[in-house]
Design a protein around this ligand. Sequence first.
Ligand code: CTP
Ligand code: MG
Length: 372
Amino acid sequence: MKVSLILACAGKGTRTNLKENKLLYKVDGMTIIEKTLSAFYASGLVDQYIVVASNQDYDYVKSILPSQVEVVKGGNTRTQSVKNGLKLVSNEIVLIHDGARPFVTKEVILDCIETAKIYGSAIPVVPCANTICTANENGIIENYLGKSGLYQIQTPQGFLTSNIIKAYSQVENAFNDDGEVYKTFFGDVHTSKGHTKNIKLTYREDFENLNAIQDFKVGVGFDCHKLVENRKLILGGIKVPHNLGLLGHSDADALTHAIMDAMLSAVGQRDIGYHFPDTNEKYKDANSIELLKKVIDICKDSGYKIKSLSAVIMAQKPKLLNFIPLMVENLAKTLSLSANCVGIGATTLEGLGFVGREEGICVNASVIMQKI
Ligand code: CTP
Ligand code: MG
């Protein structure tokens, strides 16, 4: 049996107090509608996609979705919106889902489809974790309903298409959900497995939490320079006494270079060779800490700041143990981080390879960047 999806997206999202429909809010450059759809694409369980959009959002929603997604205009209530969507359904099973539930899992979708195939209807539920009560308009509790035997209803709600179309054909008023329409006009509704993660984005704070989860990016960087005579050895902006130093167009501070590349790659920017080319005289003997300040600004323009840093320096000699706290202090100050967010380690390579032969020094760095 093939499956159609109706995604109800024609609301206003008034409870969020956002300026536009909450489903047009973007996370990582993607609207909530696209995020919710991508959960269904990834499941591989749906054959037809129908999105219901309001008159106001219709043109924009159509413009951002792939052509395989059919877009239809909704109504004043969710019930009316779904009724409009049902007219386009061409498969035996239909799933009706809130556009505002982007965290739906493959397991929830699958159990909904399987249950609907057997019983004709499937409503995902989770047991109530909190005690439920009724209260009057003065804030006084009237009745305790408890929690045992009480469930919270989610979507997608799945049905045999012919059954739900029959039920909806008798609808005149607004109903809580599709299951209630089915129960009122057709027959028993069966439960399927919901998931506590499958929340409906409803209030402003639901969107703040969303950012808290989504707004981190990870970056890695690597650098390597040759050790030669008559050069200073500078790591993390600290001059380390040694008979050899690192060769490069700038001050060849391999630690700071690896950190800069990690930061740039985390925010999707090109690397330091692109931003500070060694063919440019401006960067001859440049102080890498000054370049790091420029990288901080580039990341800021991309909307991100560094949250934590971890790096390992590979050097056979000199012993760096006593200089590491100075590097940490200098980098933490430059990056406006506390010292416990800057981790720097050093290791020899046990005499192996070019690092072991003291021909060069390598550095690996990784960073976490946070949305500003
Ligand atoms: N919905 C719809 N048509 C309507 C009203 C709601 O398609 N006339 C959709 C919403 O876009 C949402 C889902 O139904 O994906 C669940 O509704 P709800 O969370 O209440 O969203 P809104 O109605 O947009 O929000 P609010 O009630 O805060 O205005
Ligand atoms: Mg609503």
